[in-house]
Design a protein around this ligand. Structure first.
Ligand SMILES: NC(=O)c1ccc[n+]([C@@H]2O[C@H](COP(=O)([O-])OP(=O)(O)OC[C@H]3O[C@@H](n4cnc5c(N)ncnc54)[C@H](OP(=O)(O)O)[C@@H]3O)[C@@H](O)[C@H]2O)c1
Length: 308
């Protein structure tokens, strides 16, 4: 923010010189706009900067003040399930990029003592009963990691209904982007994907695509590896996931003919790291032009694009 303001100040110019094209002077995300009040529900914050020729250290008695309005993109992401395995990786990735992050989950703040966690606003609540007024106003994107296993009824509820409620609320509050962490279909014929886990996910996906046709993002990872916390223990899923990912990458050209076989992806779908899923989600949240369904390979591509 400070650098943007000083950047704006540097455009002071002699009154006689031609007007600079502000669009070319400001990097993307900072554009000239007509004056209007600061709104936290807007994707942009506006800063009025008064610059004068004299401020630039040039002595000119004819110097006059130039008013510049700069729009600065202020990202604010709500992560539903930010305390979970994937959710906490998303919160961490967003925080490290200077994005304001709010997490909603029933357990609230995790018990670990990682310093980045201090920068997240942890809201304790259940998506089925939460007062969205305390969560959504001012958000520029919602990322949902809600999902899980259990009885048929529980899986329909958490993978389907919980997400549908969240998409509806986000739309009502005018949040411009919704990103859903869904799941790969493992190349299983759709008539066999009858488990509440998959049917719930697909209902949630339909809701995102219908309410957010030109900005909704669905990430469909297969097995996600990383360090999963269970109570005070850490399960190093990366010890399995990473070598399997490397092996499948190395043998991809040999196994390609098998990809068309039904359910072949149960063996051949490459695992993806939790950090890549997080980066892809954060990148999608920041990118106005990014929308649609992302396969495993597209998640990896989106993540590598976001790695700086
Ligand atoms: N892990 C994988 O290998 C994998 C693979 C493919 C797809 N996925 C999908 O990725 C997503 C994230 O998976 P994960 O492994 O990170 O799951 P997870 O660790 O169980 O995280 C789920 C999060 O959702 C929260 N949550 C659950 N019910 C809630 C409710 N009613 N209200 C508010 N928050 C609620 C949980 O916190 P509380 O319990 O404290 O509320 C937790 O923070 C899921 O949709 C999953 O299906 C995962």
């Amino acid at each position: 923010m400070a650098s943007s303001l000083s950047y704006a100040a540097s455009i002071s110019r002699p009154p006689s010189s031609p007007s600079p094209n502000l669009r070319t002077l400001f990097p993307s995300g900072i554009r000239s706009r007509a004056s209007s009040p600061i709104s936290h529900t807007n994707r942009f914050l506006r800063f009025g900067v008064k610059c004068s020729y004299a401020d630039a250290g040039i002595k000119d008695t004819n110097s006059r003040t130039i008013d510049v309005e700069a729009d600065i993109k202020a990202e604010r992401i709500v992560v539903l399930g930010g305390s979970g395995f994937v959710g906490s990786a998303i919160c961490k990735a967003a925080v490290s990029r200077g994005i304001e992050v709010i997490s909603l989950s029933r357990s609230g703040r995790p018990t670990s003592l990682n310093s980045w966690e201090d920068q997240v606003t942890w809201i304790t609540g259940d998506v089925f009963y939460v007062n969205w007024d305390e969560v959504l106003p001012g958000a520029t994107a919602v990322i949902s990691t809600l999902g899980g296993f259990g009885s048929e009824e529980q899986m329909q509820r958490i993978n389907g209904e919980a997400n549908i409620i969240s998409v509806t609320a986000a739309k009502e509050y005018g949040i411009p982007k919704f990103i859903l962490i869904s799941v790969h279909d493992y190349n299983i014929p759709s008539f066999l994907l009858t488990s509440g886990y998959f049917t719930g996910k697909r209902k949630a996906e339909s809701e995102v695509l219908s309410k957010y046709p030109s900005s909704g993002v669905i990430l469909r990872p297969g097995f996600i590896y990383g360090k999963r916390k269970v109570g005070n223990y850490e399960i190093p899923l990366d010890l399995i996931g990473e070598p399997v990912e490397r092996l499948l990458n190395a043998t991809a050209s040999f196994t390609k003919p098998l990809n068309s076989l039904p359910a072949s992806d149960l063996i051949l779908a490459p695992p993806v790291s939790v950090d890549d899923v997080a980066l892809a989600a954060v990148n999608a949240a920041k990118d106005d032009d990014c929308f649609g369904v992302f396969t495993i390979n597209q998640i990896k591509e989106a993540a590598s694009g976001a790695k700086v």
